[in-house]
Design a binder for this molecule. Sequence first.
Ligand code: KG4
Ligand code: ZN
Length: 374
Amino acid sequence: MVILGLESSADDTCAAIVDSKERKILSSIVIGQGDSHHTYQGIMPRQAMDLHQRNMPIAIQRALAEAKLTMNDIDGIAFTRGPGMGGCLSICSTVGRAMGAALNKPIVGVHHMQAHALTHLLTEPNPPGFPFLTLLVSGGHTMMVLAQSPTSFKIIASTGDTSIGQAFDRVARNLDVPWYITIPSADGEPQRKMLGPGAALEQLALSTPSSGQPIPYIAPFPIPQRGLLALSYSGPSSYVTRLIESLTPEQREDEGMRIAIARRWQESAVGQLEEKLALALKQLELEGINVTSLVVSGGVASNMFLRERLRISLNNNDYTIPVIFPPPKLCTDNAAMIAWAASYRFANADYDPYDIRHKAVWPLEDLALEQTQI
Ligand code: KG4
Ligand code: ZN
């Protein structure tokens, strides 16, 4: 099947076309909103909605042009149904439902986190099958989930408070990190490349002081709820806020100090994941569940420090299961993952009605009750 996917649950307007039988992405367009939101250092819901309204038709037009297809070639339309920001979700949902109704094509509303969890089944040459443990690290969620089938997910641990992505964004805000980097372009003019707060913080941690001064020592940040299979990023990000507040204005401006904080932050944020992953794998072992692999997805999974540390940590703990990360561009929000996640339902002719409503709140585990089991 050739599926048109649409996504607008947060601050990226996305359209993509996927050939599900060939497991091929024919096009994937992402129109970001970082330029507008970085002035406010966060996503402004009203503005995000306006931009989705403006950009969705353009994203669809570009996705069709890049795939060299017309709507006649599209067999089905998939859109993010939830969870996410209600107003933002209404754009991809209304556009998808209206196109489906007008063109008499089947539609499927997709769970955004299910799509993150299944992305590697589209991108890996020979992906290991179910069950797998998936670590979903995004702006909206931080969860360890046992994926039993494309529609059956059991949450092993999750944050009761802030997500890891929000925590990265908060630390970036407190350190006043610009969301973009400046790179030279072909004509020699410096050009802005928009990264977003989390990726910009990663770049700060990777940098070294231009003055050549050594980076000051600061003690490692604490990891909360040690030994407990639960995740928390509210305390850790507040710790950084308090640390920054305790600095003198000169220290706060000091490049080396800013780098030191960014590095310690990444270590503690990823350190928590390492520790909790070891606990989750042990628990699954005790329950006699043999997972085929660990899959890490969601926007924060594009972080290279996280990728390296989780690989090393699994090795050190003598786990032989492979760790799989989708390509960084498909870890952050995109519509190819939405089209792919819908392909399982399209294959079973399990379509949604044209008047289906979006769901801003939608627990992942509910999918097992709502959808035809595959
Ligand atoms: O999955 P995603 O694109 O959108 C949601 O579904 O929420 O995740 C967005 C989150 C944001 O908090 C963003 O700052 C963070 O992922 N992020 C990163 C990186 N790239 C994106 N955080 C740390 N390092 C990165 N390289
Ligand atoms: Zn996402």
